[in-house]
Design a protein. Structure first.
Ligand SMILES: [Zn+2]
Length: 124
């Protein structure tokens, strides 16, 4: 094999997979699909540039997204409880379930109450 081909491969392969390397070093969440795109469309200039742009752009957005949803989740968990009548999430301060209209003012004891009380609280 001529030396020039080996040199071209040594230089060309890292350049060709540069978007994937960027995505990998940035711990891109869509690394696999990005690599596939890089592999299949990298030979087109547009595909290569697009993959590179994707490798640089997405990570920040996704992290912000994850942060905001996890914050919202923890807030939701802290602020809500499960309605003992319909098992829907309702606010902790609620005295009446917005889903089934049950009285929740003494809900902590209702969870162990007998089924007749629960049935009478439901409107079907
Ligand atoms: Zn309910």
């Amino acid at each position: 094999m001529p030396l020039i081909i080996i040199i071209l491969l040594l230089i060309g392969i890292p350049i060709y997979f540069f978007p994937s390397l960027v995505a990998h070093s940035r711990k891109h969440p869509n690394l696999t699909s990005l690599f596939v795109l890089n592999l299949l469309l990298g030979w087109t200039i547009l595909g290569w540039v697009g993959t590179l742009a994707w490798a640089y752009s997405k990570k920040h957005e996704v992290i912000v997204e994850i942060k905001s949803t996890s914050q919202a989740d923890t807030q939701d968990v802290a602020m809500t409880k499960k309605c003992p009548f319909c098992a829907e999430e309702v606010r902790v301060e609620a005295i009446k379930c917005k889903h089934c209209g049950s009285d929740l003012s003494k809900s902590s004891s209702v969870e162990t109450a007998d089924p007749h009380v629960i049935r009478s609280g439901r409107v079907n």
